[in-house]
Design a protein around this ligand. Sequence first.
Ligand SMILES: Nc1ncnc2c1ncn2[C@@H]1O[C@H](COP(=O)(O)OP(=O)(O)OP(=O)(O)O)[C@@H](O)[C@H]1O
Ligand SMILES: [Mg+2]
Length: 359
Amino acid sequence: MAELTLRGLVKNYGPTRIIHGVDLDIKHGEFVVFVGPSGCGKSTLLRMIAGLEEISSGELRIDGVRMNEVAPAKRAIAMVFQSYALYPHMTVYKNLSFGLETAGFNKAAIDERVQRAARKLQITDYLDRKPKALSGGQRQRVAIGRAIVREPKLFLFDEPLSNLDAELRVQMRVELSKLHADLAATMIYVTHDQVEAMTMADRIVVLRAGRIEQAGTPLELYNRPANQFVAGFIGSPKMNFLKAAASTVSDSTVRLELQGGGEVSIAGPIAATTASPPVTLGIRPEHIDIADGGFPMAVNLTEQLGGNTVIYGTLANGQALVVQLSGQARISRGDKVAVRLPADKCHLFDAEGRSLSQQ
Ligand SMILES: Nc1ncnc2c1ncn2[C@@H]1O[C@H](COP(=O)(O)OP(=O)(O)OP(=O)(O)O)[C@@H](O)[C@H]1O
Ligand SMILES: [Mg+2]
């Protein structure tokens, strides 16, 4: 296990700043997931931790020791990439043992580690095969095995599952979570798949354009997003955002007028003084009800997913709204329904996208 301290980490490529001063503490044995859109700097940050990218300024400490100038091989880190990069001419066994041989381990110690990792990852039966005779999921397990045999303090994963098909991804997700519990190792996992982040992470770090937008447990980010970016990034289908103006504001209630008609009251206390118009009201699709007396909505499309129904509609004011109902709703294209936005599930954001809801 390892604990990490990132202080003011900056990465410049020539005149371009890619990582803008990241501060983060990662605890022993924590499973931390970096998420964010393509190009936000997830891989760069991970590679800075691994020692594969130079740190332009700031400090990286592992277990209290400054690592900025320490070579990657000396950081007790193992990294698994999206491309498995296995040696094609070597057997699975050799792929696992090779690094240990180079590091000077004796044959018996190597065999013990290889067999143990193979059992953990259920690849014992394939040890004599070459990578080309394995499925994608099996190859990815060999790549993870190669990391495990080194018994690192810290595992870094960069989108290791994105080459796998959907079913295998779900299966490997579960296996990785088990592995984390089993090894009690600190893990940092990069993905742009928010479902992976929600299901695997002890803590999610949401990055945007080289900055941390918010760090917290999956449910903290889901329930109390600090801003509109995080609110829109975490949760699927995405949170709806409706333009609104705060008409009356008291200590206990904010009355919102939706653009083009309709009113919603949200219980306070909300940062009332800053809730001046315009604001954005956020509501997750799964929190909206279909109920008499609600706002009229025209249904444009429905998706029947079996367990739930996703409805794409338009409000009277022309704004689009996505509603998710559990079960198989008998609603179809062309229907007119009424939607209710429960006040206690509404989020409020200011013009800069900062959350005005009680944190
Ligand atoms: N060697 C380099 N020189 C200049 N810019 C670079 C270099 N490597 C990466 N970048 C830029 O740094 C930014 C962050 O890249 P990075 O690979 O960390 O993104 P990412 O979050 O991992 O994205 P993705 O989800 O697509 O993998 C991008 O804008 C990229 O173009
Ligand atoms: Mg990347």
